[in-house]
Design a protein around this ligand. Structure first.
Ligand code: NAD
Ligand code: USQ
Length: 405
């Protein structure tokens, strides 16, 4: 297939682009390198030293003989996006290209507005480009489990059957997102559903849980292909952060009681889920939702697992319960369905001792690059303000930041 990976320079996108290329698909990456600029803005860097994208792509071609095409452009710039779609003529578009950090979106007004414009308007541009240029192309959009929030009933996959006053209907599952970022995904879902109905587009919304791990078979081929491993308070996610914290003897930063339950998955399952969606496209006019996670854990469960694994490696990892900087339930009911991808053939990589060991060992290997001051949370949901160490108020427009590319 001809598959365009939007956001292919990022964590999930890079691993996915390599995997789909290895499987014999023609792959193109579209990216603005915005994420590398946000790292500069925040003064953070991935634990693993990722190379510039052209260098990564050269290494991939040298090692496998498979070229991956590159289109440098911004989702917000319709012309550059439309150019890529027109030139590459994809049969499937996998859309990862969004600002994906909840804390980033809660820094201040500017970052909230930026996140929603980048994500919602970028996706809207894509929908118009597909309608105009590739109406039969299958859109595979990365959504998030966080769109649902933590309701006191089971979470279905996108839709719920409701009986009301003696009548019955199948309706979109209620959304109770917990940050301006998560809300941007809710807005995207509504826009995509509307355009499937109105213009006959075909789309799969992958409501993904928190991803962990950094290694896939493809990225392990060469140091030049290494993937991101974010551990800072803004872009680092729970399990990856705990492993980096354990590697340098920093207490594991559990927010509040740690009873927050979420769906999690290994990055190797992210790429497989996307492949499954590509191989089983939605029908024209269909807006399909799959919940993309393999296991549920509380944050405290994860911290305890990392503590045990670190102990076996001779590291002492204490667990700290910090005041929760977010507004979220710290103990709650959570039971989310995730059978649709399994029914289509997903064989999950469950979180194992071996994986925990390997993650902690990667963190140990690169521990000289860890800046421990980046572990403690500073973005506060209750009090968004730019008066902080990030110096975020100094740049009027993130697009003016220098690009590494
Ligand atoms: P990432 O920040 O590592 O990668 C995102 C990529 O998109 C970056 O390379 C960035 O430069 C690019 N991008 C962002 N805005 C762009 C724009 N306007 N134009 C062009 N390129 C742009 O993020 P990730 O962790 O790989 O996440 C990818 C997607 O998966 C996101 O949509 C995210 O919401 C979703 N997701 C991620 C996780 C996770 O745990 N990482 C979990 C659930 C869902
Ligand atoms: N948490 C801690 N300590 C930490 C970091 C996080 O206790 O050091 C807690 C948070 O308070 C939250 C949970 O862990 O309750 C998850 O936080 P996270 O930062 O790991 O993940 P989140 O902000 O939810 O966002 C990540 C990705 C996002 C994706 C989402 C999937 O950054 O792109 O959409 O996971 S989901 O969580 O299902 O919404």
């Amino acid at each position: 297939m001809r598959i365009a990976v939007l956001g292919g320079d990022g964590y999930c996108g890079w691993a996915t682009a390599l995997y789909l290329s290895k499987k014999g698909n023609s792959v193109a990456i579209f990216d603005s390198f915005a994420r590398r600029q946000w790292d500069y803005e925040l003064g953070v860097q991935t634990l693993t030293p990722i190379r510039a994208l052209p260098e990564r792509l050269k290494a991939w071609k040298r090692l496998t003989g498979n070229p991956i095409e590159l289109f440098v452009g911004d989702m917000i710039d319709y012309e550059s996006l439309a150019f890529a779609i027109k030139e590459f003529e994809p049969e499937a578009v996998v859309h990862f290209a969004e600002q994906r950090s909840a804390p980033y979106s809660m820094i201040d007004r500017r970052h909230a507005v930026f996140t929603q414009v980048n994500n919602v308007a970028g996706t809207l541009n894509l929908l118009f480009a597909l309608r105009e240029l590739r109406p039969d192309c299958h859109l595979i959009k990365l959504g998030t489990m966080g769109e649902y929030g933590t309701p006191n009933i089971d979470i279905e996959e996108g839709y719920i059957t409701i009986e009301h006053n003696g009548r019955r209907d199948v309706l979109p599952y209620p959304k109770q997102a917990g940050s301006f970022y998560h809300l941007s995904k809710v807005h995207d879902s509504h826009n995509i559903m509307f355009t499937c109905k109105t213009w006959g587009l075909r789309a799969t919304d992958l409501n993904q849980g928190v991803v962990y791990g950094t290694v896939s078979d493809e990225s392990a081929l060469d140091e030049a292909l290494i993937n991101r491993f974010d551990y800072d308070e803004v872009f680092g996610t729970a399990l990856n952060r705990f492993c980096a914290e354990a590697a340098v003897g920093h207490p594991l930063t559990v927010y509040g009681k740690g009873g927050q339950t979420r769906g999690f998955l290994d990055i190797r399952d992210t790429i497989r889920c996307v492949e499954i969606a590509c191989l089983h496209p939605a029908e024209r006019g269909e807006f399909r939702v799959f919940n993309q996670f393999t296991e549920q854990f509380t944050v405290l469960d994860l911290a305890r697992m990392v503590q045990t694994a670190a102990g076996k490696l001779g590291l002492k990892a204490e667990i700290d319960h910090l005041p929760d900087p977010r507004v979220e339930a710290e103990a709650h009911y959570y039971n989310a369905k995730n059978s649709k991808l399994i029914d289509l053939g997903l064989q999950p990589h469950f979180l194992s001792d071996a994986l925990l060991d390997s993650l902690i060992n990667i963190a140990i290997a690169y521990r000289d690059r860890i800046d421990s001051s980046l572990f403690m949370p500073q973005v506060n949901w209750r009090n968004p303000t730019n008066d902080r160490r990030h110096g975020l108020g100094k740049v009027a427009d993130a697009s003016l930041m220098p690009s590494e590319a």
